[in-house]
Write a protein that binds this ligand. Sequence first.
Ligand code: NAD
Length: 430
Amino acid sequence: MNDFLQDIQKHVEIAAQTLKLNPEVLENIKTPNRILQFIIPLKRDNGKVETYPSFRIQHSNVLGPYKGGIRFSPNVNLEEVKALASIMAWKTSLIGLPFGGAKGGIQVDPYKLSRRELEDLSRGYVRAIYNFIGPDIDIPAPDINVNPQIISWMVDEYSKIEGKFVPASFTGKPINIEGSKGREIATAYCGAVILKKIIEDYFPKMLNKSPTVAIQGFGNVGANLARILKRAGFSIIALSDAKGAIQSISKNKRLDSDTIYQCIKENGMIANCYYAGSVCGHTQGLQLISNAELLEKEVDILVPAAIEGQINENNADRIKAKIILEMANGPTAGEAEEILENKGILIVPDILANAGGVAVSYLEWFQNIEQSYWPEIDVLERVEKMIVDAYEEVKKIAIERKVSLRQAAYIKAIERVAREFNLKKARKEI
Ligand code: NAD
């Protein structure tokens, strides 16, 4: 078991202990229901056939159909996807969705593929898992390096095999093929909503200033959050992506994330699917720093919005932020959590902070099933209510039980899954 998966299992076990969960129930709910591991062959443009290790882990469907994204990355591996699938199960439970948890991935560097190759690989993934997914079984969505364009190929492939258009088979679709308004910004929007609540409840003095923020990762989540926080009066002072990080040359001068985003957009595309530019391409008035330096900036709020394990026992004692808003899944690893807590740093856990994405995915699926389409304002209003309700309950549990927000979130999530598991067992549905 890798460290990431071990960390998640530990959170589950601590919550189970608090809830005095029956060991048999704990064993059942922390073990994935189904592990799909397969190879996708792809004919490259040079005529050679390459194979790509791929995964779909269906962790739990106690609360409803499996739900979770697909990640394209050269580093994706079975243990990582197992951890991410488990996180999804707790996240959907925490915010009260009628979904379970799953995750998928292809071990590939998608930036090295042509558009035709990327499309063929995406369609190959759907053919491989077709028998195990569907609107009532498992509904995949985007994760790192998977965007609405890729999802549109996947829906098309699924629909071709079905012989009819099935929009509810995937979420994160483009609006013109029955995606939901608000989906693209939902994760970041809800992260900002939670951050505002956290500041009001735990750091009211920050309300009188423009809190400083460093964001690691400038993709769907990081870039949208930067834009939303800028508009809300926060000072973004450092940004990064996989190529490196930037800050202003003048100390603590805010960055204009809108201009940076615009420049990245103007830098052309890879495979007509990914922006080729990087935040590091914009050096005017800016200084290049490393991702490691960004994490250690003296800021009010640190937002890891890239990959897991970025804050760990090697750098935890140098983190200076007051709040860590976990927009990535699993960014705080192992012993780091205790070190940060001892320093008085408040961690807003991933299963709460970034739950807006799956919340709007649910609303997209629901609109597809009902064939009714809502304006963005309605979508965001509904999702905000779901997230704020979950936050208030997590805060209450944290205060009553004197535990961290993460432990409180896990207690609430595990309790709901365990309760439903026991009911289903009594009805002999399990
Ligand atoms: P994305 O592919 O759109 O963007 C990822 C960003 O992270 C890119 O800017 C990339 O360059 C950067 N990155 C990758 N590796 C990095 C590294 N080692 N150091 C610094 N930066 C790095 O992905 P996304 O959808 O924005 O997802 C980001 C994180 O948020 C992931 O952990 C994902 O699981 C989580 N998340 C996403 C959503 C969603 O709706 N997209 C929902 C919940 C959670």
